[in-house]
Design a protein around this ligand. Structure first.
Ligand code: NI
Length: 177
């Protein structure tokens, strides 16, 4: 279990579609150790979520969850969740706009429109198929991380750049907490 470097914006690794994990490989030591490294790395950098390409591995694995997060101080706790090969089954008509950041682009935040809720299918780390319905900030994180698996950055989703800026400056003006 080790803390990895988080790959930063500009690296081609973050711009490609990651590959599915063969289900029979989930319980193997390689995939299990990738998951362990992702959890340690996410916590070490105080992320709310992390996708495998952010540690340089182009496989469709994502994790998210936190108790209290200083980068998103108003966010309610979200249980630690691992999704392998996540697929969106269903989603709301409603779109909500909210601020997002990214460990691969830490100095910037912007307002991104996302589905208010969604239903996702995938595997957990034990190789069990899971279906989860999530809403609000959790649904936002899931969409952000699935985007990473497809090589898409949150800034590509921004429709209105009025509230885009440097994290420090947005905080100083109390535009974000
Ligand atoms: Ni990100």
């Amino acid at each position: 279990m080790k803390k990895c470097e988080v790959i930063q914006a500009g690296d081609p690794c973050l711009k490609q579609r990651s590959q599915e994990v063969p289900p029979e490989a989930i319980l193997g030591p390689d995939v299990q150790s990738i998951i362990d490294d992702m959890i340690v790395t996410m916590d070490a950098y105080q992320g709310v979520g992390l996708a495998a390409p952010q540690i340089g591995i182009n496989l469709r694995i994502m994790c998210y969850g936190f108790e209290h997060n200083p980068r998103y101080p108003n966010a309610l706790p979200v249980p630690l969740t691992i999704f392998i090969n996540p697929v969106i089954l269903n989603r709301s008509q409603d779109i909500q706009t909210g601020f997002e950041g990214c460990l691969s682009l830490p100095p910037l935040r912007g307002e991104v429109p996302r589905y208010q809720w969604l239903e996702v299918k995938g595997y957990d780390r034990h190789g069990n198929e899971i279906i989860k319905k999530a809403e609000g900030f959790e649904a936002r994180i899931i969409q952000h991380e699935i985007d990473h698996l497809d090589g898409i950055f949150f800034i590509e989703r921004i429709q209105d750049f009025k509230h885009f800026g440097l994290t420090e400056v947005l905080k100083a003006h109390e535009i974000i907490p």
